[in-house]
Design a protein around this ligand. Structure first.
Ligand code: ADP
Ligand code: MG
Length: 291
């Protein structure tokens, strides 16, 4: 493309709050055939709220006290949801020792002599926590599109807390518009498979890939590229950064983390997936003008 066409295209993008960092990214976007979308914070608002508190054995207050104490040390959006809920209920936060965050799985920490775990099924299984009696309940929450979190002492499950996150107002329309541009659209998430399918059911996606650890997101991108696909990645989180770099075109949500924005080729300032469509259309227009 000529420098003038690139300049005009970049300027048009900026008018829409689409910041294109290089002429190369603008040119490459016309050849894309696949778009991979992160779920939390990209397709959804990324502000989950607590919907269910299920105490097993003890009271809901006792469960919340343990949950809030552990999650007070985590920076995850799920932790924030639990803390907001706890503070509305006047739950006390106690001092946690030996806190550890387990990437893509949850957290652990000690209250007095007792060690507790908070996280997903992988974390529970790794620590020998039996889930069989509650598996149906867990699956039911997930099928409703909620994210079930499990809380356990070192010996047994003590409760479940589920959160739900709403799909952004324009995500459905944007995914349909990408399909109309002949893109293959994939949702990629570290969340539970059933939760991802629950949320994906109302969206015109080609594919849902769930339970992907942060360090594995990049490998999913590389796998699609190995099939000869030209892939855009759209994400907001620290865990999306390597995939944003790996993608043919990386697009970061403007409200996301600094590291996602640094890793991307294009920044969507309005946090709206319709701007992914605009960016691809813009690139096609720029390339058409040159030919
Ligand atoms: P995403 O790709 O949706 O941003 P993550 O990779 O950050 O997801 O987390 C994957 C899963 O690990 C979450 O859906 C949750 O089940 C569990 N998890 C992570 N952090 C926490 C936490 N602080 N408390 C409880 N569960 C957590
Ligand atoms: Mg995210």
């Amino acid at each position: 493309a000529t420098p003038v066409a690139i300049m005009v295209g970049t300027g048009k993008g900026a008018e829409h709050g689409i910041l294109i960092k290089s002429g190369e990214a603008l040119e490459l976007a016309h050849s894309l055939d696949s778009v991979v979308l992160d779920k939390t914070g990209t397709i959804t608002e990324g502000r989950p709220v607590v919907t269910d508190v299920i105490a097993l054995g003890g009271t809901p207050e006792a469960l919340l006290e343990i949950a809030c104490s552990l999650e007070a040390k985590s920076e995850h959006p799920l932790a924030e949801a639990i803390l907001d809920y706890g503070s509305q209920k006047g739950i006390v936060i106690n001092q946690v020792a030996d806190f550890q965050s387990i990437s893509g799985k949850g957290v652990r920490g000690a209250l007095g002599e007792q060690v507790y775990f908070a996280g997903n099924q992988k974390l529970m299984k790794e620590n020998g926590i039996e889930l069989a009696d509650n598996q149906e309940q867990i699956d039911q929450l997930a099928m409703e599109g909620k994210t079930p979190m499990m809380f356990a002492s070192s010996s047994r499950l003590i409760g479940l807390i589920a959160v739900a996150d709403v799909v952004k107002a324009t995500s459905r329309e944007a995914i349909q518009a990408l399909r109309d541009l002949n893109m293959e659209v994939t949702m990629l998430t570290g969340d539970n498979q059933k939760t991802a399918e629950g949320i994906g059911r109302s969206l015109p996606l080609n594919q849902v890939i769930a339970e992907v650890l942060p360090q594995e997101k990049e490998k999913v991108l590389a796998g699609l590229q190995a099939q000869g696909k030209k892939v855009a990645m759209v994400g907001d989180g620290i865990n999306d950064a390597p995939a944003l770099v790996r993608a043919d075109v990386g697009m970061a949500i403007g409200a996301g983390t600094d590291i996602a924005m640094e890793s991307a080729d294009i920044i969507l300032m309005k946090n709206d997936l319709l701007d992914v469509v605009t960016a691809i259309r813009l690139s096609r227009a720029v390339i058409r003008n040159i030919k």
